[in-house]
Design a protein around this ligand. Sequence first.
Ligand code: COA
Length: 498
Amino acid sequence: MYEDRIRRPALMNKLMSAEQAALLFKDGMTVGMSGFTRAGDAKALPAALVERARQGQPLQLSLLTGASLGNESDGMMANAGVVARRMPFQADAALRRKINSGEVMFIDQHLSETAEQLRSGDLKGIDIAVIEAVAITPEGAIVPTMSVGNSANFAQQAAKVIVEINLSAPLSLEGLHDIYVPQARPERGPIPLLTPWQRIGATAIAVDPERIAAIVITDSPDSPSNALPPDDETDAIARHVITFLEGEVQAGRMDASLRPLQAGIGTIANAVLHGLIDSPFRKMTMFSEVLQDSAIELLDSGQLTMASASSITLSAAMHKKFLDNIEQYRDRVVLRPQEISNHPEIVRRLGIIALNTALEFDIYGNVNSTHVGGTHMMNGIGGSGDFARNGQLSIFVSKSVAKDGAISSVVPFAAHVDHTEHDVDVVATEWGLADLRGLAPRERARLIIEHCAHPDYRPQLRAYFEEALLGGGQTPHVLEKALSWHARYQREGSMLVK
Ligand code: COA
């Protein structure tokens, strides 16, 4: 049994239940789990750890992953008190509440950096890695499932490795992955990746088989993507971005294949990418961290020749279609460790077009992607900074208002800044797009207000800017009013002046 999945016979005696494997964990340990934006996450161990905690055994862990987990695992573990510290990304409502109440310490980190900090000893080492796998090779190497994330780094560093073999992940996934782990500093040479489609590593994660402490069998699929379908506003945003990119081609700055595309998580970025199906661009490539439904649609339409990422997060229907037709995609999809998919060196070399979503941006182009009202964590910065800082073009999109118009996404002063004006080239809402390249802050402000803000909020923004100009400066502000919009929303339930 399972010979096709556990191809190193000596490891057969490591088969055990999730409950038995959960006994390997001790209070205070640092744990690295596979999983990236709901894809390829460990399915059984989170529930078994929750069960241990429910039995009253002290178990508080520092939990590192690739990115967010599916199956409500983050929420269940947070509610059971299993998670004391969490990094580098999450997107779970229950965990979010624990973070914002101060019960869980959340370290919101660029997704390319976790592996690097572990390697250099800046972070405490991993005690146990839990990695979901399609199979274990005769050499003892681990074949990941629908994401790679930080799994290679966790597995290679951990004192003990628990492998969850997921029978619902078909063996045909083998060969999709390209596992390359950079050398330690200071000996490291350049990462030899010169094109998005190149393969530079192995198809499985090499691990010392002696450190595989347990193998658990599971059989449940990834949680489906929770991105919403495109709507009128996201369609309008897509049209503005596509018109802008057409202008780049007409100006001779790029050809119709553009530059490799990155698109962030969430409804809006997925919808904008979906809009490219009706675009004149051809032979495009993606070098991103997550592939959502839109990427598969573009592969199907033939406009996208290939896509490289660290995870594949799809709706249930698209997930089935992808797996049923894996042979059609095999040569056109590559899954890499997140430190490679998001690596600044490669993002800069390839000249990525980075498309990410803002919660809000200010009149000078500073972007808040993470903190609602400036204080409360939404999800985290994810890979947006890796790409925005280093890409050729950094585009941020947002709907112009949130909460039925009570919140303007264009504000005088971003209440938290993840991406400074120096890293933001273009901002767009359903009303229009502002190309900020080569513009000084005073020029940026007029363009952002007139092109991107909701018309209801434009008079207020104009008035703020005019008053700010009276005080002068490179980046004029009325400091006592800079955050008054957020304060007004807290006080009156709307940013709009009545
Ligand atoms: N203030 C408060 N809430 C806001 C807001 C603002 N300025 N702008 C949007 N929101 C709320 C929306 O109302 C919505 O709330 P709901 O879930 O209660 O309906 C929620 O934020 C999500 O907004 P939505 O418009 O559906 O966008 P999205 O699904 O595309 O997500 C982000 C937007 C910013 C939350 C998401 O893209 C993100 O987490 N980004 C940071 C990480 C990242 O960029 N990674 C990229 C590489 S993976």
